[in-house]
Design a protein around this ligand. Structure first.
Ligand code: NAP
Ligand code: GDD
Length: 345
């Protein structure tokens, strides 16, 4: 019998890579997508299987993490061996604009799945993975951050994810459910959403190079992130559920880069020469023709900034045998190359 996995958030960056990985591992993968007025399956269209095909190994269902009935019904119907909860309003800045929705989806979403496992008497069968985040550390800038570091979330997103983290541990301790948290540091890819900073930089710099855009506006250039490749990170999610016992793991590359340096890496990949001038909100990058191509706009600053995230993933490297393969230069090159492939500038 093939194992059955259920992925909430299958249409997202990580959901699409995880679905590919599990299909390769011969799982039958069930994915939950939300109803949307425009098509939201761009990242999984290449693995889509028509419902008329027999013995499909990739099956999509409508559902929503804020709708207990759909969550409970799907879990009852599928009785999965593994559930991956990747569904979330995942944008930190947007969480300041939609805090209540973010709490509903990102905090209570995890609770709904855990409660559905219990309600359907699947405590002994179904393993649960919760997509936790380095945003839990927030204002705790004592780096590197590991599983024992103090949590101090700095956004409605981070606070909602803190609830999801603890409710996962609570259901593991109270009901003996195999429920684990991955505390993942930032991971990017050509499939990254367009409003996250790496993809925003890649797309804008390619357009500027091809004279289709004039200026890229950014917020905090000095924010430091530990950026890995999503392809590497979904492998860790699977490994976390293959352990003998449930546990929580930090997943990170252990290397930090500033937003400004990410711009420099993309520019150098595109063979563009940049000179930085000015300070604070007035800082700008000027190209070889003397034109300003990067500038700051306070609209992209957050009410609270998380300045420094850097993960210590020794525990995962030892216990899971996991280590990231893709270096930041390769990540940049993968994202830039795909941007050119996707567009005929
Ligand atoms: P993403 O690209 O934004 O994908 C989020 C997924 O959740 C999408 O499939 C989205 O559906 C779905 N979703 C949102 N609200 C939902 C709802 N109410 N009901 C059902 N599905 C819903 O995020 P990602 O980068 O793949 O991240 C995956 C998970 O890991 C998220 O929980 C995120 O918070 C967490 N995380 C990400 C990172 C990172 O650096 N990428 C790091 C740590 C933790 P639509 O496609 O319809 O919008
Ligand atoms: N999005 C964005 N847009 N961020 C900017 C910009 C801009 O124009 N300018 C500077 N930044 C800075 C942000 O302030 C932040 O410090 C950093 O760039 C990264 O921002 P994002 O790419 O939006 O990601 P994030 O770190 O806030 O959140 C991502 O990583 C978390 C894990 O640490 C998301 O994927 C979260 O879902 C995830 O949990």
């Amino acid at each position: 019998m093939k194992k059955k996995a259920l992925i909430f958030g299958v249409t997202g960056q990580d959901g699409s890579y995880l679905a590919e990985l599990l299909i390769k591992k011969r799982y039958v993968v069930h994915g939950v997508k939300r109803r949307s007025s425009s098509i939201n399956t761009g990242r999984i269209d290449h693995i889509y299987q028509d419902p008329h095909i027999k013995n499909r190994n990739f099956i999509l269902h409508y559902g929503d993490i804020t709708d207990s009935l759909s969550v409970t019904r799907l879990i009852n119907q599928i009785k999965p061996d593994e559930i991956y909860n990747l569904a979330a309003q995942s944008h930190v800045q947007v969480s300041f604009e939609s805090p209540e929705y973010t709490a509903n989806a990102d905090a209570l979403g995890a609770l709904r799945i855990l409660e559905a496992i219990r309600f359907n008497n699947l405590e002994k069968k179904t393993k649960f993975y919760q997509a936790g985040t380095s945003e839990l550390y927030g204002l705790n800038e004592k780096t590197p951050q590991n599983e024992n570091s103090h949590f101090h979330p700095a956004s409605p997103y981070g606070v909602a994810k803190l609830y999801a983290h603890w409710i996962t541990i609570n259901y593991r301790e109270a009901y003996k459910i195999f429920a684990s948290n991955g505390i993942l540091f930032n991971h990017e890819s050509p499939r990254r959403g367009e409003t996250f900073v790496t993809q925003k930089i890649v797309q804008a710099m390619c357009k500027i190079k091809m004279k289709k855009q004039k200026i890229l506006y950014l917020g905090n250039l000095y924010s430091k992130r530990d950026w890995g490749h999503a392809k590497d990170f979904v492998k860790a999610m699977w490994l976390i559920l293959q352990q003998k016992k449930p546990n929580d793991f930090v997943i990170s590359t252990g290397k930090q880069t500033t937003v400004k340096n990410f711009v420099n890496l993309v520019a150098s990949h595109l063979k563009m020469k940049l000179k930085w001038k000015g300070k604070g909100i007035k800082e700008k990058a000027i190209d070889e023709n003397g034109k300003v191509i990067v500038a700051c706009d306070k609209a992209y600053y957050r009410p609270l900034e998380v300045n420094s995230l850097l993960g210590d993933s020794k525990k995962a490297r030892r216990a899971l045998g996991w280590k990231p393969q893709v270096k930041i230069n390769e990540l940049v090159s993968d994202m830039v190359n795909m941007e050119f492939k996707r567009n005929s500038y």
